[in-house]
Design a protein around this ligand. Structure first.
Ligand SMILES: NC(=O)c1ccc[n+]([C@@H]2O[C@H](COP(=O)([O-])OP(=O)(O)OC[C@H]3O[C@@H](n4cnc5c(N)ncnc54)[C@H](OP(=O)(O)O)[C@@H]3O)[C@@H](O)[C@H]2O)c1
Length: 335
């Protein structure tokens, strides 16, 4: 697979593998041995960038995904880039189902988190350490200082912020240079596009999470899908309701027709659209299925001209679409 550079020097496959779904949010966790086998298959296909987090697991076993990723990648540790995240934990006191995650980026918590992640990932350093969510109780400078120390100690080599806004990013980057942000970005969730000029100016990459709108943009999920509300977050995602399938008819048709033109699939077009937009965008689609890993990786070979990307943007701007999970707008944004 082609290689892209995040920030100054972090070289990763153009499409990374989001590993969350093996353990969290998309139904029951995949059996451990099987999950390890599939992550290794991804590496054989050319994926060199793997994304996990301290909290991708079940409330009973919150760190299961990091363990899995660590075990799977241990034999090829020096050939791959591992991104993980700190700064979130299950809120056991809330009593809600599923249990919500709450932010906690106090420096003392970060210290504990990094030690746990290093152990579970079976490594002496984390390549890209993301703050999972901004913690309103902790300033960006304090978090950046903690990152600076971890870099000095060799425990992490690069850091980033997930779901950040411009002000937080600028302040954090001044205290300790940021390599990438990891924000939600897809054809259905474009609210971070106003941040692009800032990322370009600061030479910060964008790792795009949920790049296929949690799978909806693949066109493989229609009416009557039955997701288990106990462990499958899609059960409450607005884009998967029967009504949304009707509201998004034009979007799915657009993807299908572009796919036919390019001899590709809608999933591949949804990824190629962002890959061809900026050389510093790296989507991390999540899948547990090897044939889909291959399909998603091949999106990096699809060429959409600047005109084609613009035409897609224009069409997206003007069509009706349903709400999408997490598609909140940046404060101060008019649209
Ligand atoms: N920073 C954050 O706060 C944050 C939040 C969410 C996610 N993430 C990261 O981003 C990664 C990706 O996001 P995501 O999993 O939420 O959304 P996504 O990549 O947009 O969609 C994943 C869903 O699409 C399905 N899928 C994947 N490829 C497909 C294909 N070619 N055809 C049909 N279905 C396909 C997967 O099902 P199967 O597994 O059954 O194929 C899965 O249910 C995660 O794994 C995680 O690492 C980060």
């Amino acid at each position: 697979m082609q290689i892209r550079t995040l920030g100054k020097d972090l070289r990763v496959s153009a499409v990374g593998l989001g590993c969350m779904g093996f353990s969290h949010a998309y139904g029951a966790p995949t059996e451990e041995k099987e999950a390890i086998r599939r992550i290794r298959q991804a590496a054989e296909m050319g994926y060199t960038f793997f994304d996990t987090a301290e909290v991708y697991g079940t409330p009973e076993d919150p760190h299961i995904n990091e363990q899995l990723v660590g075990e799977a990648l241990a034999p090829m540790r020096n050939q791959v880039v591992i991104a993980t995240k700190f700064g979130m934990r299950f809120d056991f006191e809330s009593g809600k189902v599923p249990l919500p995650l709450i932010p906690d980026s106090r420096p003392e918590t970060i210290r504990q988190s990094v030690e746990g992640s290093l152990k579970r990932l079976k490594t002496d350093h984390i390549d890209l350490y993301f703050q999972h969510r901004i913690d309103p109780q902790v300033s960006p400078e304090e978090v950046a200082e903690a990152m600076k120390e971890l870099i000095r100690e060799g425990k992490i080599t690069h850091w980033g912020i997930s779901e950040t806004n411009e002000e937080y990013l600028r302040r954090a980057n001044t205290a300790c240079p940021v390599t990438a942000v990891q924000n939600r970005y897809s054809m259905m969730a474009r609210h971070y596009e106003p941040l692009f000029p800032v990322l370009e100016e600061m030479n910060v990459g964008l790792v795009a999470f949920s790049p296929m709108a949690n799978g909806f943009l693949t066109g493989r999920y229609g009416k009557g899908e039955a997701f288990d509300p106990k462990n499958d977050y899609r059960a409450s995602m607005p884009q998967f309701t029967d009504e949304a399938v009707d509201q998004n008819k034009e979007l799915l048709e657009l993807l299908q027709s572009m796919a036919e033109q390019k001899k590709a699939t809608p999933a591949q077009i949804s990824l190629a659209w962002m890959l061809c937009k900026k050389p510093w965008i790296v989507p991390i689609p999540g899948t547990r299925k090897p044939e889909r890993m291959k399909e998603n990786a091949e999106a990096a070979d699809i060429v959409l001209s600047a005109k084609e990307v613009q035409a897609l943007d224009h069409a997206l701007d003007s069509m009706e679409m349903s709400e999408v999970f997490g598609g909140t707008k940046l404060s101060g944004q008019k649209k």
